[in-house]
Design a protein around this ligand. Structure first.
Ligand SMILES: [Zn+2]
Ligand SMILES: [Zn+2]
Ligand SMILES: [Zn+2]
Length: 171
């Protein structure tokens, strides 16, 4: 399943930095996650779904304790393991990603495809946009091939200034 509307605006600006219909974005991403869990036989429990919903509210990485606070507000209890287990489920199944740089989590914007994510992180507002990387390509891929190293996973986190913050700085 592909989410076509996600591609309308993303040729020049990745989702997260681009202006888009965020309500549709949330609804469609949750629907894609529901479909993934059904087709892969994964148990998408209410608390797991709630954590994904919390992550989807803004295209911003959230730490585990912020997520725990929101879970508590929504009546899902306040035991840290509940939040950690739900995050672990989302990350392992590719519905969310961990941003190592921020020690925080973000909802995946295209959970129906297997992909090697790359993140652009705004150092001023912590907005995060996800795009694709190709671990087997580029200079790293060539270096790996030359040494006979097989890349299984890469973590690409670029830090910089997002278009919104750049506009503010210009004004
Ligand atoms: Zn959105
Ligand atoms: Zn992703
Ligand atoms: Zn920014």
């Amino acid at each position: 399943m592909t989410i076509d509307f996600l591609n309308q605006n993303t040729s020049d600006t990745p989702l997260g930095f681009a202006h888009h219909d965020h309500d549709t974005c949330v609804t469609a991403t949750l629907a894609a996650a529901d479909a993934r869990c059904v087709s892969d036989g994964l148990r998408f429990t209410p608390v797991r779904r709630k954590v994904l919903e919390i992550l989807l509210q803004e295209h911003r990485a959230l730490g585990a304790y912020v997520i725990l606070d929101r879970l508590r507000e929504d009546g899902f209890g306040s035991q840290p393991p509940v939040a950690y287990r739900a995050l672990d489920f989302l990350v392992v199944n590719g519905l969310a990603h961990k941003i190592e740089r921020l020690n925080a989590f973000i909802a995946c914007t295209h959970p129906s495809e297997s992909h090697a994510p790359a993140f652009m992180i705004c150092r001023l507002c912590d907005a995060v946009a996800e795009t694709q990387s190709s671990p087997a390509g580029g200079a790293l891929g060539e270096a790996a091939r030359a040494t006979g190293f097989q890349i299984e996973r890469t973590v690409v986190e670029a830090e910089g200034v997002c278009p919104t913050c750049a506009d503010k700085a210009d004004a």
